[in-house]
Every structure is written in structure tokens, then in C-alpha cells.
Design a protein around this ligand. Structure first.
Ligand code: SF4
Ligand code: SF4
Length: 361
């Protein structure tokens, strides 16, 4: 078994390209914020222009991974054309992140040579939990979508976003993945993510499963939410599950989240090259900033220029050095911090982009 912390790469960058914000689902932890990023669907001409812009912006296209996102990217009628254009421009890898509904017969319009991965989101090992979080029918749909994609020869991966709603089912995932493997729906990569308190997760009207059950029992409206998981629960569950999944031959990636005393804190906004592009032209370097107009660059004008934004923006925050580690974590989701009696933090929170990777060989 090989385990490593995946340091921020100096030689490649990631383009998280939200080509629309529309979605057929309304997941409880959805991070899409239409108040900040609008409801615009980019035309295929604009998508092609923006891909071209970024192919020339900071690194050569062969050093850039492109991830097509939404909303639900397969709702875009021209996603297949966008993918083929990204391939033509020579990007390092191309991924589609989907909720599994695979609209517009996308699998019939592209081939396994056009994309490196199709990544499916599943947020519970059981239909009950997944559908509570992601919506009725989404469990069966995503499983059917994975099976269809694998049958057609696509490489597939799965994303499981851990929150207090579904941490208890993460331990069931190795068995589920094993059973999918035996049914010819084996995934190659498993990504465990941690819920961010932004978008719908920051919406206090959307209760967690525990609160929903208590609410039902007491017939009361619950006003508080905390979907974040404690350090103890995270460390008790996530590394062990990752190990078990890796034993199935699946490469597992999960965020580091909590740093040991000896580990160095680094902000990806300073040392890495990630771009989170939204259809209103905002481009963030940090995903935790997306609920605010803190983007440090934007695509403007009919000439499609990538320009820095005025101060204060996310870049000013990246430079701050605080004992808790990630500044944005402390500002928007301090529920995962703990303090000693003298007021010092018990640990640092790592950059949300810092990952552990574990594979069989
Ligand atoms: S998390 Fe993804 S699938 Fe769920 S509502 Fe948001 S965009 Fe749609
Ligand atoms: S998550 Fe924190 S550490 Fe990472 S880029 Fe954002 S501000 Fe920097």
C-alpha cells in the first residue's frame, strides 16, 4: 500500500470550469451560490474562447487539468463540443463531474478517448442517506450511470462528500464499491471530500439528518446546523476507509484537513495554480471564497481579457499568517477548530486543496 501527501504541484494547474450554474438536483450541501454567480449558461463560443484564454494564461495547456462542472455540466447541450475543444487544445487531462443523470445523451456523443475521467457524486452508501442529501431517485440514477459509463469503456471515479449527515455510512463504502466491481461497474478512483460551509450548507434552513429527525419528533423548526465533522470522528473513520478501498485496487484521495504539529501549513492560493471559473466571469483561486465577491481575477469585456480585481480580494487573505492555519476556514467554517484553555488552537487546519493519496501499489 502506498500512501503520500500530494504536495501542491508547481508544474501543473487545475481549471475548475463551471460552464453553468443550473442543476436538476438541489443537494443539501450544494456549494453553488446563484446570488454570487448568476444563472447564466455560457454559450459554446464563450466556453471555447475561455478555454483558449486559459490555455495561454499561466501555463502551457499540456500542464493544465480541466474539470467541467456546473451546476450539472451535462445539462449543457454542447458539453460534448466543449470536451472535444479542450482535447484539441491539448490540455493535460479532461474530467466531467456529474450527478449521474447524464443529460443530452452525453455518453453517446463522446468517446473514452475524449475524456480522462467521468466523476460521479454519491453521498451515502444507502439509498436512504444519499437521497436525503441529494434528492429522491439520485442513488439509483448514479449507480446506473456508472454502470453505463463503464460498459462503454469510460474511466470512472466517485466523489463522496463527507458531512455529519453521512460520515456514519462511509465505512459501508468499501463493500458497496466491491459489489459494484463484481457487477461490472468498478470505479478507478475514489475521492473523499469534506463538506464546505458555503452555498446551501451555509443556509440555516437546510437541516442535517440528525436535526431533521429531532425536528420531526419534536415538531420544531431547528435553526442551527453544523455539518462539519470533528477531528476525532474524521481521523477515526476516513484513513481506515481509504485504506480498505485502496485494497480493492482503487486509488483513494482525501483531504488532509488537520495538520500535525510537525507539518508545514501552505496556502494553495500562494503556492499552487488553481482556477475556479464561473459563468459570470469571476475566477477564484480559493474555493472557500466563492460565497463572496473576493475573486482575485475576472474575465472581462468583449475582448475576453483575464484581469486582476481591485483590493481587497482573496489574494490579500492568502498572505495572512494565523495560528489556526487556513484563514478562510477560520472566517467561514470555524466549527472544525478547537482551542486549548490558554486560547491557542489545538491544531492547524490545512488548505482544503491539500490531499492524501493512497493506492495499492
Ligand atoms: S451539489 Fe452538484 S448535483 Fe447537487 S445540486 Fe449542487 S450542482 Fe447539483
Ligand atoms: S482553503 Fe485556505 S489555505 Fe487553501 S487556498 Fe483557500 S485560503 Fe488558502
Amino acid at each position: 500500500m502506498k500512501k503520500q501527501t500530494v504536495a501542491f504541484s508547481k508544474n501543473s494547474s487545475n481549471l475548475f470550469f463551471h460552464i453553468l450554474t443550473k442543476c436538476n438536483l438541489s443537494c443539501r450541501h450544494c456549494y453553488i451560490n446563484t446570488e454570487q454567480h448568476g444563472t447564466n449558461t455560457l454559450s459554446i463560443e464563450t466556453i471555447k474562447e475561455w478555454l483558449y484564454l486559459f490555455a495561454q494564461f499561466s501555463k502551457k495547456s499540456e500542464q493544465i487539468n480541466v474539470i467541467f462542472l456546473g451546476g450539472e455540466p451535462t445539462l449543457h447541450p454542447d458539453l460534448a463540443i466543449a470536451i472535444k475543444e479542450a482535447r484539441r487544445l491539448g490540455f493535460k487531462s479532461i474530467t466531467i463531474d456529474t450527478n449521474g443523470y447524464l443529460f443530452h445523451n452525453i455518453l453517446e456523443k463522446i468517446t473514452p478517448d475524449d475524456v480522462d475521467f467521468i466523476s460521479f457524486s454519491l453521498d451515502g452508501a444507502t439509498e436512504e442517506t444519499n437521497d436525503f442529501i441529494r434528492g429522491k431517485g439520485s442513488y439509483q440514477t448514479v449507480i446506473a450511470g456508472i454502470k453505463k459509463a463503464v460498459d462503454l469503456g469510460f474511466s470512472t471515479s466517485m466523489i463522496y462528500t463527507v458531512s455529519s449527515d453521512n460520515l456514519h455510512e462511509l465505512a459501508l463504502m468499501p463493500n458497496l464499491l466491491k459489489s459494484l466491481l463484481s457487477k461490472g461497474a468498478g470505479i478507478e478512483r475514489f475521492f473523499i471530500q469534506v463538506v464546505g460551509i458555503r452555498g446551501s450548507s451555509a443556509d440555516k434552513s437546510k437541516t442535517s439528518i440528525d436535526e431533521y429527525e429531532k425536528n420531526k419528533a419534536r415538531d420544531e423548526k431547528i435553526e442551527t446546523i453544523n455539518r462539519q465533522v470533528s477531528k476525532e470522528s474524521w481521523l477515526e473513520t476516513v484513513p481506515e476507509v481509504a485504506h480498505q478501498v485502496a485494497q480493492l485496487g482503487i486509488t483513494v484521495t482525501y483531504p488532509k484537513v488537520f495538520l500535525e504539529d510537525t507539518e508545514k501549513f501552505e496556502c494553495a492560493g500562494v503556492v499552487a495554480d488553481n482556477y475556479f471559473i464561473f459563468p459570470n466571469g469571476r475566477v477564484y483561486r480559493c474555493p472557500l471564497c466563492e460565497d463572496y465577491p473576493l475573486h482575485s481575477i475576472e474575465i472581462i469585456g468583449s475582448d475576453r481579457v483575464i484581469a486582476p480585481t481591485l483590493k481587497i480580494n482573496e489574494s490579500d487573505l492568502f498572505e495572512l499568517n494565523i495560528p489556526e492555519g487556513c484563514v478562510m476556514n477560520k472566517l467561514i467554517q470555524p466549527g472544525n477548530l478547537e482551542y486549548n484553555s490558554d486560547g491557542t488552537p489545538c491544531y492547524k487546519i490545512a488548505c482544503c486543496m491539500l490531499k492524501e493519496e493512497i493506492s495499492k501499489s
